[in-house]
Design a protein around this ligand. Structure first.
Ligand code: 13P
Ligand code: SF4
Length: 303
């Protein structure tokens, strides 16, 4: 049954010239029908290169908007119209404009988890895997980093020559895990390495053996000689790793690390999208698109 749906998706995506991009937080069955999978940086870079006339993004809204900004001539579909990222909407463009008026020397760095509208007033985008590299290459010393203050604190600690101002935003799922959970998981699995996403709280990041994006965590666990790992990011990553490395053991940092928005997309949604019947076609007005694209181009250039 599952295999039949997947076969039909694969047939239809070829027939209708659709490229399927899927973020690593999607289920195994969705990843299996995708042309490319990975973290948000890898998907953005892939989107810029893809040759198909339609791109289906299995992920959340800011990711599909990012594809549309990079490929305005293509039809871009978000796999489920309700799949948003709460962090992407935590600040408005007018708040950033007001900050810039008061602090004209500051460059504004936007985590890619932001709306297209917010990107219009920012100078460069970063992802969790490219943030340190990009910020350290920027000529400006004074930086406002939005919206994730945990990722921002992680970057600030690694770029000591920069003056980084943070606002109080972040991922409600990663930020909900506290250091007592991290200590308890380490005590329960003393031989396991703790791998965490930089969206986690600084006190959790401090206890980690490795900090990285979703793709970096997966690469580290696959290549490591160690056999046990506590995974400090969305539970899908733990499932994919357990599937890819059956000889290793993976434990959740917290059972609450579930992004409900990422979980909205099912294989049947993907089927409806490749049939041209489901999801949401992303449309961004040309003025917003032109202004927002600058910071994605700069991300790719500096990253
Ligand atoms: P990545 O950059 O690791 O893909 O993270 C995106 C995200 O939304 C993590 O919660
Ligand atoms: Fe957004 Fe957090 Fe979900 Fe990532 S895990 S998409 S940051 S809500």
């Amino acid at each position: 049954m599952l295999r039949d749906i997947q076969d039909e998706i694969i047939r239809l995506k070829k027939e209708n010239d659709v490229c399927i991009l899927a973020h690593s937080y999607q289920s195994e069955s969705v990843l299996e029908v995708a042309d490319f999978t990975g973290d948000s940086y890898a998907l953005a870079k892939q989107a810029a290169k893809t040759e198909n006339s339609t791109v289906l993004m299995c992920g959340v809204r800011f990711m599909a908007e990012g594809v549309k900004l990079l490929c305005p001539e293509k039809k871009v579909i978000l796999s489920h119209s309700m799949a948003g990222c709460p962090m992407a909407e935590q600040f408005c463009a007018h708040e950033v404009r007001a900050f810039k008026e008061l602090n004209p020397g500051y460059a504004v760095v936007a985590y890619i988890n932001t709306t297209a509208e917010l990107k219009t007033v920012c100078d460069v985008c970063v992802t969790s895997s490219s943030a340190v590299k990009i910020v350290s290459k920027m000529p400006e010393k004074d930086i406002l980093f939005i919206p994730d203050c945990n990722l921002g604190a992680y970057v600030a600690a690694r770029c000591p020559d920069k003056n980084i101002k943070l606002w109080r935003g972040g991922c409600p799922i990663h930020a909900a895990v506290d250091d007592s959970e991290a200590k308890a998981a380490k005590a329960e699995h003393p031989d396991a390495l703790l791998l965490v996403h930089p969206e986690c709280m600084p006190e959790v990041v401090e206890l980690a053996d490795f900090v990285g994006s979703t793709a970096e965590i997966m690469r580290f666990a696959k290549e490591s000689d160690k056999k046990e790992f506590i995974i400090g990011t969305e539970l899908a990553i733990l499932e994919h790793l357990q599937f890819a490395c059956p000889d290793k053991l993976f434990y959740p940092l917290s059972k609450n690390l579930v992004c409900r928005n990422m979980k909205l997309t099912t294989l049947l949604d993907v089927l409806a999208c490749v049939r041209g019947e489901g999801g949401e076609v992303i449309d961004i007005d040309p003025e917003t698109a032109k202004a927002a694209r600058r910071c994605l181009d700069r991300m790719i250039e500096l990253g």
